[in-house]
Design a protein around this ligand. Structure first.
Ligand code: GAR
Length: 213
């Protein structure tokens, strides 16, 4: 059997998505190891969650850098210290200009159906509030390869949920998060199996027997 895929998880907040990744690894449905968790704020609770799972937690604090360039250079250097296969953004709320070597090896999850309700300023409950204000009938989540723009790169998986008449941002968030908990591990597992092939903006999901061919 192939080695588990080695992950770096980048976050800025509570780490609910990180916790889901840990659960899926521990129950055996995700063939991965979290090598390091990197936080953009020292008070991000996700760092605590990493330590609770005996995973190294590192801070590269955005506030300590004057520009996206200097922050990105520090983050790229920190990441280079760990030999990871895939970088997972998990509520990582700052702009990162990834070095060339990470292109195609960084995933993000967004709690809406990209390209709707995404981009700068759209995160957490602000996304669900915007969906309700707009009156959309469906929402969902998107896992995509990240590029150098917010919520932008090629889409890997999207899952849809209904928006109900009496939804609040909280009830909609909970329904979407259930789908996030399925979608992100599925996308990581496909990557681990070598089954994701980027073709421009599209991602082809290879059948199991074609992977690595
Ligand atoms: C996740 O639900 C993810 O969809 C969202 O942050 C949450 C995790 O945050 N990401 C975005 O909105 C990215 N634009 P947490 O670590 O605070 O629980």
């Amino acid at each position: 059997m192939a080695e588990p895929v080695k992950l770096a998880v980048l976050l800025s907040g509570g780490g609910t998505t990180l916790e889901n990744i840990f659960s899926k690894i521990e129950e055996g449905s995700l063939d991965a190891n979290v090598t390091v968790v990197i936080g953009s704020r020292p008070d991000a609770y996700g760092l605590e969650r990493a330590r609770n799972h005996s995973v190294e937690a590192v801070v590269v604090e955005r506030k300590k850098f004057e520009s996206t360039e200097s922050f990105s250079a520090a983050l790229n250097t920190t990441l280079d210290e760990y030999d990871v296969d895939l970088v997972c953004l998990a509520g990582f709320m700052v702009m990162w200009d990834m070095s060339q070597k990470y292109l195609g090896r960084v995933m993000n999850i967004h709690p809406a159906l990209i390209p709707a309700f995404c981009g700068k300023g759209y995160y957490g409950h602000s996304v669900h509030r915007a969906v309700l204000q707009y009156g959309a009938r469906v929402s969902g989540c998107t896992v995509h390869f990240a590029d150098r723009a917010y919520d932008h790169g090629p889409v890997i998986i999207q899952k849809v949920v209904p928006v109900l008449d009496d939804d609040t941002p909280e009830t909609l968030a909970a329904r979407v998060f259930e789908k996030e908990c399925e979608a992100y591990p599925e996308a990581i597992q496909l990557f681990a199996e070598g089954r994701l092939k980027i073709e421009g903006r599209r991602v082809r999901i290879l059948p199991k027997n074609e992977a690595g061919a």
